[in-house]
Design a protein around this ligand. Structure first.
Ligand code: ATP
Ligand code: MG
Length: 562
């Protein structure tokens, strides 16, 4: 990472420390304010962990608040999933779970106060007209013909809006600020609209709803938020944020007000993060729900086998920046690999099986060999693995006519069977089409792993699974859904989905120690990567007899942390 990033990593902390030192705030209060209109994704994780982390670091408080001011797209289902995801990440809101909709009465009162001060008016222009009157970046706007309505008339009309007298779009309440402001957000923004919609919490109690730019600062002010952290697109909205807090009478000066601080959104290469786009993939059935392991929603990452620790590590590595940029997806993979490396048992699984028969091993005999669970972490102990005459090995670990530097099985060559014996390849059996169907070998009983045998060395070690003592499983391998180099969109505007994003392999064999694994349990399958028991809504996708595993990540990567 370059210097600039390391320095900017702490710019929010610097602001907070200054505010504490100068007495602008005593106890830091942050919040995470999602709109319950979809599932959370990796970008939200950044915001959650940032807000929560700051509260923890400065001994402050972290609030969870649903910004549910727009009933069109919001659902209880999303509220529940968001709570689950945040709890999973370990961000603890204690007893401070809030809903913006709980503040609707206060917001209404605040709007009435504005009207009484002559700072808000009811406007009859249509949405299109309002847009026309607003002007452009280079031209000032024009005043609405309704701008000079009297306070009494405005109070009456606003009351009537609330009482349901008007249809959607017929009237709005606007802040009276400055139609000539260089900042378009300050040109008499709409702060309340009529919408005859049922809200998932307040039902039909309201038919007027506050706009985000009006609601959000009030929510922060009511909760006593000291640092209102949001993403860059709200930078130009900050003057309006401050205006609302002060004009509505929550604070007297910007110094006392919640301080809005903007940081860059987290973008990842070759993935889809926007809620809107994920929703489309889900609705069109391109993916298997919001938790499809190819997505980077938090429920998808969890199903895939990502841990909260790995996500936290990733977010910390990315840091907090003031400029938008995309982070290499490989960095996320690096973080999960690093997190699981010493924590997980390394067991043997064959994904592309071919039978290996040891001709000089007694038929019907089974012996149990000791295998360390993790060579790099002795604390994980060891297990017993059954060994017998017939094994499965990876098809690619045998070649009849090997190229140079191929050290695995080929006629005449000797390799080590991981945790077991040396075997020497004697040949293979083919079907009528010339495909290899069985590999044969002999073993040397003297060479048992762990016996201290030092007679000779072999160059290759391959893994295996005993044919009669294993679990048959389905394994799902993933690639990114999109490839930015190939273009994310097709010419017709549809998404250019990687046809190899999901590969299902039905006849994999895993050593018996995997029996009893529960949803979300994960393992390293030696040489093949990290895998996690697939689950949907916490239930295993298939049974104990035939489990389904997701590959979390392969073992190797080009990504380097420098
Ligand atoms: P999306 O654009 O993916 O639909 P959103 O911004 O509409 O997300 P909200 O529920 O409004 O989602 O966001 C809740 C909080 O998460 C906001 O403070 C928002 O700024 C932050 N957030 C959203 N996306 C990202 C991201 N990619 N990186 C960092 N923070 C994000
Ligand atoms: Mg949003």
């Amino acid at each position: 990472m370059d210097n600039e990033e390391v320095v900017s990593k702490n710019f929010i902390e610097q602001i907070i420390e200054k505010d504490l030192a100068e007495g602008h705030c005593k106890v830091v209060k942050t919040r995470f304010p999602p709109e319950p209109n979809g599932y959370l994704h990796i970008g939200h994780a950044k915001s959650i962990l940032l807000n929560y982390g700051l509260a923890v670091k400065y001994g402050g408080k972290f609030n969870m608040r649903f910004d549910d001011t727009n009933p069109t797209k919001e659902k209880e289902e999303f509220v529940e999933s968001i709570k689950k995801d945040i709890a999973w990440l370990g961000a603890d809101w204690e007893d401070r779970l809030f809903f913006a909709s709980d503040y609707f009465p206060q917001m209404y009162e605040a709007a009435v106060r504005l009207i009484k001060k002559g700072k808000a008016y009811v406007c009859d222009l249509s949405a299109d007209e309002i847009r026309e009157y607003r002007g452009t970046l280079t031209e000032p706007g024009k005043n609405s013909p309704y701008r000079e309505r009297s306070v009494e008339e405005n109070l009456r009309l606003f009351e009537e809006m609330k009482a349901g007298k008007y249809a959607d779009g017929e009237k709005v309440l606007r802040a009276k600020i400055d139609m000539a402001s260089p900042n378009i957000n300050m040109r008499d923004p709409v702060i309340y609209r009529v919408a005859h919609m049922t809200h998932h919490r307040t039902g039909d109690e309201w038919c007027i709803y506050p706009m985000y730019d009006f609601a959000h600062p009030i929510e922060d002010a009511i909760e006593g938020i000291t640092h209102s952290i949001c993403t860059l697109e709200f930078e130009d909205h900050r003057p309006l944020y401050d205006w609302v807090v002060i004009e509505c009478g929550y604070k007297n000066t910007p110094e006392e007000s919640p301080k809005q601080i903007e940081f860059a959104k987290l973008y990842l290469t070759n993935v889809i993060t926007g809620k809107r786009y994920i929703k489309k993939l889900v609705e069109e059935g391109i993916v298997d729900g919001w938790d499809d392991p190819r997505l980077v929603s938090l429920s998808a990452l969890r199903r895939r086998g990502y841990t909260p620790e790995s996500i936290k590590k990733f977010v910390d590595l990315v840091g907090v920046a003031k400029a938008n940029s995309s982070v290499d997806y490989a960095m996320l993979e690096y973080c999960i690999r690093d997190d699981l490396r010493l924590k997980k048992s390394r067991i043997m699984a064959v994904l592309d099986p071919i039978k290996l028969v040891i001709d000089n091993y007694p038929e019907g005999q089974v012996e149990y060999l000791e295998a360390p669970n993790n060579m790099e972490n002795p604390e994980l102990g060891s297990r017993q693995v059954a060994f017998e005459r017939e094994l499965y090995i990876e098809r690619e670990d045998f070649m009849e006519e090997p190229p140079k530097k191929y050290y695995r099985l080929f006629p005449g060559n000797e390799v080590r069977l991981m945790n077991a014996y040396f075997v020497k390849c004697t040949g293979c059996i083919k079907d009528e089409n010339g495909n290899v169907v069985e590999v044969h070998c002999t073993y040397d009983p003297e060479t048992k792993s762990g016996s201290g045998f030092e007679g000779r060395k072999v160059k290759g070690t391959i893994h295996w699974v005993p044919v009669h003592h294993c679990v048959k499983a389905t394994v799902k391998l993933y690639e990114n859904l999109v490839d930015e180099e190939k273009g994310v969109y097709n010419e017709d505007g549809t998404m250019n989905i990687n046809p190899n994003s999901l590969m299902v392999i039905d006849n994999c064999y895993i050593e018996e120690s995997v029996k009893g694994a529960k949803p979300l349990d994960s393992f390293q399958f030696v040489r093949n990567g990290f895998f996690c028991v697939d689950s949907k809504d916490g239930a295993p996708v298939s049974d104990d007899e035939h489990p389904v595993f997701n590959r979390i990540v392969s073992l190797k990567s080009s990504f380097k942390l420098n």
